[in-house]
Design a protein around this ligand. Structure first.
Ligand code: AMP
Ligand code: MG
Length: 440
């Protein structure tokens, strides 16, 4: 597919879709088509690299482990002795090898070295007999201790870790695009690296719109509500390890909106707004976005979260003038804001950060209650999933599925993902769940 020049054209070019009933998968695909991964990178010390996006492949400068070493506390010897001996094998202990203190001497036939886990294998030794398998006979007066163990209890090469078996020198230890996890930080430390090249953080500006909004800490005037979206958005952005820029709460006033959008385009790579993208009379967000940028207004075939604006705005106040920033206009209802963020914005921010997108796992679960569902839209219901005594995943929808009820998001531990084409479900049917928390 060739990339159209404008977002409005982009949506219109998908003639097989009605932009007012755009399937979630189509919206995700269009958004990703418009995303350009960040080019800039920076070096950060390993301890600051957690959750950052790797900018280049990490090549191992050394073999890990750096030498053959013992996997057990025991005695190292030449495994060839095993084949020469039926029954019990007796060896004399000619020295010691501890981690960090290798045995530098020679081990001749009939000899062995007391060795601790991680200690380098002495020259001429390739096998370790664990200490609990041997009987030790202390030396009588002068001379060495001896050990005896059944020769058939072990194969040559047993309990030895090979040089480079974890990572070979010159090999790719970690690939560019990886979002660094605790194990990766440790792995780079095990290579002796002190810093790492990562993509710079994506800057994401966000603000709420609406005359009815008050900030926490202010008195709640008649007919007003507290602005929760700015807090949810800020928290979700922090989880993605982007740089959040909170531009506050903006009144439903064209000039205030224009000023904030321009400020956002000046300072950020991506701008998120909440509220004002449906067709309410006091909502000036749509008109301002149309004036300042190139923005499509979609109706997604999704619940919650139907209205969504997507496009670009420019800091110069008109298309093509100044800096461009990608724009997502999210619906105002608190759960719709979150669902739109997770399903549409999150994959885009990940791709733009330069990370290789990883699909979020879906787990099949038995649904405990019937669900009313209209075919032709994707639904993200809130549910509580757990594994039952037989190891089967089950999920119970939270009571209310209202797009304004943030409490159901707190109560839930997963989305129940009901596919575009799915219709009503009976209790006991299998559904896909997307867990909120994973181990990272
Ligand atoms: P709108 O799309 O602006 O018409 O907003 C839809 C609904 O979401 C309205 O009930 C708004 O009051 C509510 N809403 C909009 N923005 C926020 C916000 N930042 N925090 C909480 N609720 C909001
Ligand atoms: Mg509004």
């Amino acid at each position: 597919m060739t990339t159209p020049d404008t977002f409005s054209a982009s949506a219109a070019s998908l003639t097989q879709f009605d932009p007012q009933a755009l399937p979630v998968s189509a919206a995700q695909a269009i958004v990703l088509e418009w995303v350009t991964p960040l080019a800039q990178s920076e070096r950060v010390p390993l301890r600051d690299a957690l959750a950052r996006v790797l900018a280049t492949d990490v090549i191992s400068p050394i073999d890990v482990p750096a030498h053959d070493n013992s996997a057990m506390d025991g005695y190292a010897f030449d495994g060839a002795a095993l084949a020469q001996q039926a029954g019990a094998l007796t060896l004399s202990v000619v020295g010691k090898a501890f981690a960090g203190h290798p045995f530098m001497g020679a081990v001749s036939a009939g000899g062995c070295v007391r060795i601790m886990t991680g200690a380098p294998m002495p020259a001429g030794c390739d096998t370790v007999v664990p200490q609990e398998r041997v009987t030790v006979q202390p030396a009588e007066t002068a001379g060495d201790d001896t050990i005896t163990f059944p020769a058939d209890a072990l194969a040559p090469g047993a309990n030895r870790r090979r040089q480079g078996e974890d990572l070979a020198r010159g090999g790719v230890a970690l690939r560019a695009g990886r979002v660094l996890r605790a194990s990766d930080i440790g792995l780079m430390a095990s290579l002796g690296l002190v810093d790492v090249k990562v993509k710079r953080r994506l800057r994401v500006a966000y603000f709420s719109t609406g005359d009815e909004l008050r900030s926490p800490g202010q008195p709640l005037d008649a007919g007003c509500i507290y602005d929760s979206n700015r807090y949810t958005l800020g928290a979700m952005l922090r989880r993605l390890d982007v740089e959040p820029i909170d531009l506050g709460r903006v009144r439903d006033d064209p000039e205030a909106l224009a000023a904030t959008l321009i400020q956002a385009a000046e300072s950020a790579d991506v701008v998120l707004t909440s509220g004002g993208v449906s067709v309410g009379e006091a909502d000036f967000t749509r008109t301002q976005l149309q004036a300042l940028g190139d923005v499509s207004f979609w109706g997604l075939a999704m619940r919650p979260g139907r209205p969504l604006a997507f496009g670009r705005i420019w800091s110069g106040g008109r298309p093509g003038a100044g800096r461009a920033a990608l724009l997502f206009g999210l619906p105002g209802n608190p759960v719709a804001t979150m669902v739109s963020f997770y399903q549409i914005v999150r994959p885009a921010l990940i791709a733009m950060s330069g990370a290789t997108p990883q699909p979020v796992p879906l787990i099949p679960a038995r649904c405990d209650a019937p669900i009313r569902k209209r075919a032709g839209r994707t639904e993200f219901q809130r549910g509580v999933a757990e594994r039952d005594a037989r190891g089967q995943w089950r999920v119970t929808p939270t009571g209310s599925q209202s797009s304004g009820a943030l409490s159901t998001m707190s109560e839930a531990n997963c989305f129940i993902v009901l596919a575009h084409e799915a219709a009503d479900l009976d209790a006991g049917d299998t559904v896909d769940v997307m867990l909120f928390d994973g181990l990272v």
